[in-house]
Design a protein around this ligand. Structure first.
Ligand SMILES: C[S@@+](CC[C@H](N)C(=O)[O-])C[C@H]1O[C@@H](n2cnc3c(N)ncnc32)[C@H](O)[C@@H]1O
Length: 269
């Protein structure tokens, strides 16, 4: 079953995502993989409305040629370029990643943000094989790693976290999802084909100032946990109301752990 993501949710999370991303990996990518004299061909998988493009395009050398791939035409219809057309040429491609063929792109860099935890082991195998064959770098960012911590704990936090992580491993359209294991699984596969791999944290830190994002996140967790454990729906609703109020009043802050991964072929581009 394909999971759909609302444009409003992607808009809400974009500032937190951009603030969380690893600058160290970006710097390494720029130094070791990008050159100003050759156009950089970039494919963004599961692009949504283009948050990853908006982050990377102004921070990578020009010229760039971007292909944004997503199965949701509504999200693709909202993509807008962050820089002028001479710096980054842009095309969108509506495709289901289940059947999507990386070799057709001849990309220098494959990137994805907030996608890796949705994919299966088989899908990852295919992606890594295609990257290795085409000598393509990979920057896979903002993958949820299963850890959530609150500065002031609540007795039901751990149940919710565990239930959400169970839900994370369901099929989201690309086979049984790797969920919190995704970054490690990707790292292992890239190393096996001779890539150099770096992983850095890219956590969200949420407090009263991030209440709109936190409110939706908590609601989403409550729904996901209730799908996995329907008999606990009442407990989950009460927990959600308590946690929103705790954040709003400043009684607690929240860390949601994500990871960024950069994988580079051994030989230079
Ligand atoms: C969590 S959202 C992240 C979107 C965007 N990368 C961002 O950071 O805002 C996951 C994206 O993957 C897309 N997606 C999920 N499954 C897909 C599939 N099977 N084929 C193509 N796109 C898919 C969704 O439509 C959505 O845009």
């Amino acid at each position: 079953m394909n999971e759909r993501f609302a444009a409003d949710w992607l808009t809400l999370r974009e500032p937190a995502d951009h603030a969380a991303r690893s600058l160290a990996l970006l710097e390494r990518l720029r130094k070791e993989w990008c050159s100003a004299d050759k156009p950089l061909r970039i494919v963004d998988l599961g692009s949504g409305t283009g948050s990853n493009l908006r982050y990377l395009a102004p921070r990578l050398p020009a010229p760039q040629q971007w292909t944004l791939v997503d199965h949701d035409p509504e999200l693709l219809g909202r993509v807008r370029a962050p820089v002028d057309a001479r710096t980054a040429r842009l095309q969108t491609e509506q495709a289901d990643l289940r059947d999507w063929d990386l070799p057709a792109t001849g990309a220098d860099l494959v990137t994805a943000s907030a996608l890796l935890d949705l994919v299966s082991a088989d899908w990852l195998d295919r992606l890594v094989r295609a990257c290795a064959r085409d000598h393509t770098a990979a920057l896979l960012v903002l993958s949820y790693d299963g850890s959530v911590s609150w500065t002031a704990p609540d007795p039901d936090d751990e149940f919710v976290r565990t239930a959400v992580n169970v839900h994370q491993e369901r099929d989201k359209g690309l086979g049984a999802a790797l969920g919190p294991q995704a970054t490690e699984e990707a790292a292992e596969r890239f190393r096996q084909v001779g890539y150099r791999v770096w992983i850095e944290p890219s956590s969200w830190y949420l407090d009263a100032a991030s209440l709109p994002l936190a409110r939706q996140l908590i609601a989403g967790w409550g729904n996901a946990a209730a799908e996995a454990f329907p008999e606990q729906t009442g407990t989950l609703r009460d927990w959600g109301a308590r946690r929103v109020e705790d954040l709003r009043s400043g009684r607690t802050e929240l860390q949601v752990s994500h990871r960024d991964l950069l994988a580079l072929p051994d030989a230079p581009r």
